[in-house]
Design a protein around this ligand. Structure first.
Ligand SMILES: *Cc1c(COP(=O)(O)O)cnc(C)c1O
Length: 379
């Protein structure tokens, strides 16, 4: 069959090779003896959970981490069989059957849930593994029970098998705050009390991308959970952070096509509400992506895109399907040509952190917001 140009108005290229490079960089940074779980929740931060998981498996990953049972089921159904899949959000009653049927490992975050999981393991007739999540100060999921209660609950759970003990930091990037050190001290105190009772889970883990990237080695233990870094981002730190020990590069490039190019006179208004008024005669381009594709509405009259190799302004209010940009600097673009919403063109680049600063959010939010409608193309 003749090759057909895919008729996408907006799409992202995801570089498999760059995911693999970033994963290898994380492994090298933490060194042998520390396992790396690839965090592929939220459709791998918009990059495609199945595709990213396949790349990580080809690189030898033995752990993946997702947020919910449903996300874990989708990986299993998609053919991801071998690796352990940690469900970081644990489970509630309606998810029990799928959790067991699809061989997912829950991060259990309360002692009641542990008792429930033990009954599931008894019914399954095999020692189902779990990780226990401690709330060491994040104040989100995780048990706040004391060490003695935890020891009693773990010992009482004779069918379920404690495979990991984990916690999550609230302020890992903030080197002006003592919170991470306090959380680690608390976590260690629980580990020590479990050890003293003869309980030694093989996987101890507390670190996501930031404590990996800034070399907080005391937080690495035997497993780290890397998400953002796999996709090429390390959040900036506050205060006096040590130099990063990890170097990664963005994986995703977001494109959209120009649908129309036109000349407008001085004083003409652009878009809903007429919020942009041309200060001079201008050439504008209407691009086929809007907030339904994940272009933040907050970028109206503030954001930029790369057109014909140069950063140029978004003009007026971003609509559901369309964004208008300034093309006064170029005559090179015609309807059907592409511009870059996120990525690199020649010397010019625009990454999720830069976009996030203008949109008043964080880079994670930018990546996760690229919607289903935007086709993913793996290169
Ligand atoms: C999302 C998440 C991670 C990964 O965080 P990154 O900053 O993306 O590396 C790790 N641990 C938990 C508990 C998470 O929810």
């Amino acid at each position: 069959m003749e090759e057909v140009t895919p008729p996408y108005r907006s799409w992202v290229y995801v570089s498999r090779e760059q995911i693999a490079r970033n994963y290898r960089a994380v492994r090298e940074a933490v060194g042998v003896g520390v396992e790396v779980a690839g965090v592929v929740k939220a459709n791998a931060y918009g990059h495609g959970a199945l595709e990213v998981s396949r790349v990580l498996l080809a690189e030898g990953a033995r752990w993946l981490a997702v947020s919910s049972v449903d996300e874990g089921v989708q990986l299993r159904v998609g053919g991801i069989r071998e690796p352990r899949i940690l469900v970081m959000g644990g489970f509630v009653e309606f998810e029990c059957d799928a959790l067991v049927a699809y061989d997912l490992t829950p991060a259990i975050h309360s002692l009641e849930q542990l008792a429930r999981f033990d009954r599931l393991a008894a019914a399954a007739g095999r020692p189902l593994p779990y990780h226990l999540k401690i709330d060491s100060g994040m104040g989100r999921l995780g048990t706040r029970a004391g060490a003695a209660e935890i020891v009693a609950a773990v010992e009482a759970a004779t069918h379920a098998r404690l495979d990991g003990l984990m916690t999550h930091f609230a302020s890992a990037a903030d080197y002006t705050s003592p919170q991470t050190a306090e959380q680690l001290a608390y976590y260690h105190s629980i580990c020590d009390r479990l050890n003293a009772a003869g309980i030694r889970p093989p996987y101890l883990h507390t670190s996501s991308s930031i404590p990996i990237a800034y070399g907080r080695r005391e937080g690495w233990h035997t497993l780290v959970r890397a998400g953002h870094a796999l996709y090429g981002y390390i959040s900036p730190a506050r205060g006096e952070a040590p130099p990063p020990v990890l170097h990664v590069a963005p994986v995703l490039t977001w494109k959209a096509r120009v649908l129309a190019v036109k000349e407008i006179p001085e004083g003409a208004r652009v878009g809903y509400g007429g919020t942009f008024r041309a200060p001079r005669a201008m050439r504008i381009g209407v691009v086929g992506a809007g907030y339904a594709d994940g272009v933040f509405h907050r970028l109206s009259n503030r954001g930029k895109v790369i057109a014909a190799g140069k950063l140029t302004n978004i003009l007026g209010t971003i609509s559901m399907d369309l964004t208008t940009i300034d093309l006064s600097h170029t005559t090179a673009l015609a309807p059907g040509d592409e511009v870059t919403l996120l990525g690199r063109e020649g010397d010019c680049s625009l990454d999720a952190q830069e976009i996030a600063r203008v949109a008043g959010t964080i880079s994670y939010n930018i990546l996760c917001s690229i919607s289903e409608r935007v086709r993913r193309v793996y290169v």
